[in-house]
Design a protein around this ligand. Structure first.
Ligand SMILES: C[S@@+](CC[C@H](N)C(=O)[O-])C[C@H]1O[C@@H](n2cnc3c(N)ncnc32)[C@H](O)[C@@H]1O
Length: 420
């Protein structure tokens, strides 16, 4: 079957269909020049540029239209076509006009799941009804690679359409229980090209590790330890209090508020997360209370431990434990320095690779280094590509944008099965 690859990026659709066998790419489009070059190197086909500038009659005939249209927030007011819709949201219209002109038998689209819910579902209604208006039957499912054997948590909306409604009635979404472990993806030994963790971050992690081990903990629930709460007694919501009332309490790390004469003096001694509303945020309350009771149990140890904790960076003072309940060593974990805290995750599945923030590239706890480009490629089943962006940030951005080639491959195999 002939296919086209719109918004081609690294070519996750291309790779997936080629892996499935029996597919030939006849057209691709990608606006980013460097990605176009990489695509041509990898797939032997030079993509066209901006799809909005390509007339539908120059797109060759094809059987499958593939598109992972850009997923920046878009908005579509009511059912008014294109209204209040920034450029990225309007790109769905280019897919629709090509489908209308060429009428391929199959559509395979991918995007983030909230396409289903944004604007109270009106964007999704617009997509579905537009294709239905052209005679397509549309089905969709949210699938994550870890449901098809790839250890990455990455829920994405897959949309399959066909002009042959009866055929699509027999379509079964792929499911493959046997999962490759993350161990199979992570390179066992540190290599020269691996990016090691910066000293500051490594020292902070070692310090947190000391806390978990030296406190003699046997288990740790999935909760955050907020170090500023160690010794704090201030009321968790103090927006109604006066400075005078606050003088009876202790702020971050047990600092006395007794001598504070103004709110600015009080706030200097308070945790960063209460600064905005003079209250701990609702979503942190459980962790804040847990941290205080944790302090009461381990007071002597924590009083000296916190002195060596680096306190310049607010988010580094919070440990978001999403790790093993009864194995507290970071070596069987992945670590992410997030805006909300240092997140420790069980090294079972990788978190979703995202394109926007290279700062969240997972750290391999056993080797205190960042996940490599090659490992990221494996998590997207794109490791067979000969060429990927040289620059780390660009590479992770492209992998974070890409469709998972394994999910595409398995859907494509189901389409082949339908065709008989
Ligand atoms: C979500 S990514 C899709 C990635 C692709 N499916 C893959 O597997 O790598 C969207 C891509 O659309 C490209 N793009 C954005 N606007 C475009 C346009 N007007 N014409 C062609 N490509 C465009 C972006 O540069 C980006 O690479």
């Amino acid at each position: 079957m002939k296919f086209i690859d719109l918004f081609a990026g690294l070519g996750g659709f291309h790779q997936g269909l080629v892996n499935a066998g029996g597919f030939e790419c006849v057209f691709a489009s990608e606006i980013d020049e460097s990605l176009r070059e990489i695509y041509a190197n990898n797939h032997g086909l030079s993509p066209h540029g901006d799809i909005t500038k390509v007339h539908e009659s120059s797109v060759p005939e094809h059987d499958v239209l593939c598109a992972g249209f850009p997923c920046q927030p878009f908005s579509l007011a009511g059912s008014k076509k294109g209204a209040k819709c920034p450029e990225s949201g309007k790109l769905i219209n280019d897919i629709i006009r090509i489908a209308e002109y060429r009428r391929p038998n199959f559509l395979m689209l991918e995007n983030v799941p909230n396409v289903l819910t944004i604007e109270n579902g009106s964007f999704w209604h617009y997509i579905k009804s537009s294709f239905e208006g052209l005679g397509y039957k549309i089905i969709h499912k949210v699938i994550s690679p870890d449901e098809v054997g790839i250890p990455q948590n990455r829920k994405r909306l897959f949309i399959v359409g066909s002009l042959d409604h009866q055929l699509l009635d027999c379509f079964e979404w792929p499911l493959q229980k046997k999962e490759k472990t993350l161990e199979a993806v992570i390179e066992k030994k540190i290599k020269r090209n691996h990016k090691r963790l910066e000293d500051g971050k490594r020292l902070q992690l070692e310090h947190w590790q000391r806390l978990l081990i030296d406190c003699g903990l046997k288990t740790m629930p999935p909760i955050s330890l907020c170090a500023p709460e160690f010794g704090a007694t201030y009321p968790l919501d103090f927006h109604n209090l006066r400075v005078k009332d606050m003088q009876n309490y202790k702020g971050a790390y047990g600092k006395s508020l007794k001598d504070c004469k103004s709110w600015s003096e009080v706030m200097m001694l308070m945790p960063s997360y209460v600064q905005k509303n003079k209250a701990a945020p609702e979503w942190m309350l459980e962790s804040v209370e847990y941290s205080r009771s944790f302090y009461r149990k381990h007071k002597r140890f924590l009083n000296s431990w916190h002195k060596n904790l680096q306190k310049e960076n607010n988010s580094w003072q919070i440990l978001e434990w999403r790790g093993h309940r009864d194995y507290l060593n970071f070596d069987r974990h992945l670590i992410q320095f997030r805006a909300s805290g240092i997140r420790i995750i069980r090294a079972v599945r990788a978190p979703s690779l995202i394109s926007m923030t290279p700062t969240q590239i997972p750290i391999v706890g056993s080797q205190m280094r960042y996940l490599s480009k090659h490992e990221a490629a494996k998590l997207q089943n794109l490791h067979k590509l000969k060429s990927i962006p040289k620059n780390d940030t660009r590479a992770f951005k492209a992998f974070g944008n890409a469709v998972n080639a394994k999910v595409v491959e398995l859907i494509a195999k189901k389409l082949i099965k339908l065709q008989g």
